[in-house]
Design a protein around this ligand. Structure first.
Ligand code: SDX
Length: 428
């Protein structure tokens, strides 16, 4: 088979590098021998043009607004799959059979509780601690309780994966209950995954808790839509930390921390705060968009724009519809939805956004659903983390099992001072 190549001309010399083509016809110049061949490196701040790996997990076509998990369209998966089917698909590569799904559900139910010593951590956190800080800390601490889960090829490795999937909703709900001074609610193994999370969040020991099926399905769809998104900031963090052969829990804890940032998963919290500021009279939607265009830092249009999508984020399309359907059923937050849709209408008809190909992303409408079902704003990014966990696990596992596996260590171009002469402190 002839290998396609790319030729680089540097200082009068020509160098050929192989071009690889993916199964969705994306192309990359394989530069792994660039420095050893030419003495040069690439420079690509933010890695916007650099592929870190070959992956079989998720495909995004940002120009067309296409997202697929293991070859299945996000529209199909969101409408037809459960979150645990999606998790199995991302982690193990195929949709589970009935027996495989039942076994996954059973394994998870056996591990939803936290070690009683972990419960004591929560009394050490201030009540106002951000739940992302708590979740990152407690997930990292799982390494102390389960140090054996470091290598995905170990027969035991699935134990670590199961414990993470089983315990993160419990860890998250415990952080919420601690912050409001209520007793934690133990997981109930007769409930499905998402419903179990809802009862741990909203039930109290004083009365029965009734699950609203339309709410649990909307929450399940949100978890599915957040489940993976190829080499985004937090996933790249999980891969980089995992590439040093740090254990599974340490890698996931790092991913939670990276996701927290307002430019990444933290945007869903910022979107609601933005919509509420407009609702409270901090200027009209039109005024806000003008300030966003002017680069006013207090008016960045959160939930808009994306490094990869230069078209409408397909997840945002699904969430927008789910948002309208759910609010029609349970009511509430319609004013915030109206403001969000007004912002979208203004921005999509404005040259500033059109020229920069800025569209609503996954975070633009998700917070309206979370708020409508009673999730506190500072828990929004925790919901993103619960959804993204299967993707992080799948990417960590793929990275560790990749034939190209090596520790991640980018290079740099040094631009600092040179040939400095050291002077003793009294002569400086
Ligand atoms: C997620 O990578 C993923 O896949 C992430 C994610 C996932 O599932 O993992 O999809 C989840 O993180 C979604 C993004 C959530 N973040 C936000 O909504 C924050 C607001 N958006 C941005 O700050 C921004 O769009 C980023 C961070 C998402 C992308 O940043 P880039 O690719 O570095 O683009 P940029 O900041 O260089 O922007 C290009 C231009 C700039 O203008 P100029 O300098 O060309 O004049 O677009 C402007 C920016 O100022 N711009 C915006 C804007 N986003 C970009 N202007 C106003 N409002 C915005 N939201």
């Amino acid at each position: 088979m002839t290998t396609e190549t790319a030729t680089l001309h540097i200082e009068g010399d020509s160098y050929e590098f192989p071009v690889i083509t993916g199964t969705e016809n994306e192309k990359a110049v394989d530069l792994r021998k660039l420095r050893s061949t030419t003495g040069m490196i690439t420079l690509d701040p933010g890695f916007a043009n650099s592929g870190a790996c070959r992956s079989s997990i998720t495909f995004i076509d940002g120009e067309k607004g296409i997202l697929k998990y293991r070859g299945y369209t996000i529209e199909d998966i969101a409408q037809k799959a459960t979150f645990l089917e999606t998790a199995y698909l991302l982690i193990y590569g195929t949709l589970p059979t009935r027996d495989q799904l039942d076994d996954l559900k059973y394994q998870i139910k056996c591990h939803t509780m936290l070690h009683e010593d972990i419960k004591r951590f929560y009394s050490g956190f201030p009540k106002k601690a951000h739940p992302m800080a708590v979740c990152s800390a407690v997930v990292g601490a799982l390494s102390a309780f389960y140090p054996e889960f470091t290598d995905p090829d170990d027969t035991e490795a699935d134990g670590g994966i199961i414990r993470l999937l089983a315990k993160l909703p419990t860890i998250a709900a415990c952080s919420y209950k601690h912050s409001i001074g209520q007793p934690i609610m133990y997981p109930m193994n007769n409930l499905e995954y998402t419903q179990n999370f809802m009862q741990m969040m909203f039930a109290t020991p004083c009365e029965d808790y009734e699950i609203d099926e339309s709410v649990s399905r909307a929450l399940e769809i949100l978890l599915i839509l957040h489940a993976d998104h190829e080499q985004n900031c937090s996933t790249s963090t999980v891969r980089l930390v995992g590439s040093s052969q740090a254990n599974l829990f340490a890698s996931m804890s790092a991913g939670i921390s990276a996701l927290w940032g307002p430019l990444h998963g933290g945007a869903n919290q910022k979107v609601i705060e933005m919509l509420e500021r407009i609702e409270d009279g901090d200027g009209s939607a039109e005024n806000f968009v003008e300030r966003a265009k002017a680069g006013d830092d207090t008016a960045r249009l959160m939930g808009f724009g994306h490094r990869v999508y230069k078209n409408y984020d397909p997840r945002a399309q699904i969430i927008k519809k789910e948002c309208r359907d759910l609010l029609d059923k349970i009511g509430g937050q319609s004013k915030l939805l109206e403001i969000a849709m007004k912002l979208e209408e203004i921005a999509l008809n404005d040259d500033y956004f059109a020229q920069r190909k800025l569209y609503p992303n996954v975070d633009f409408y998700s917070g309206i659903i979370y708020k409508a079902i009673g999730i506190p704003v500072n828990m929004f990014t925790v919901l993103f983390a619960i959804g993204r966990l299967p993707g992080w696990i799948a990417q960590w596992r793929e990275m560790r099992q990749d034939n190209d596996f090596r520790i991640g260590r980018p290079r740099q171009i040094y631009v600092g001072p040179v040939n400095q002469e050291f002077k003793p402190v009294d002569e400086r």
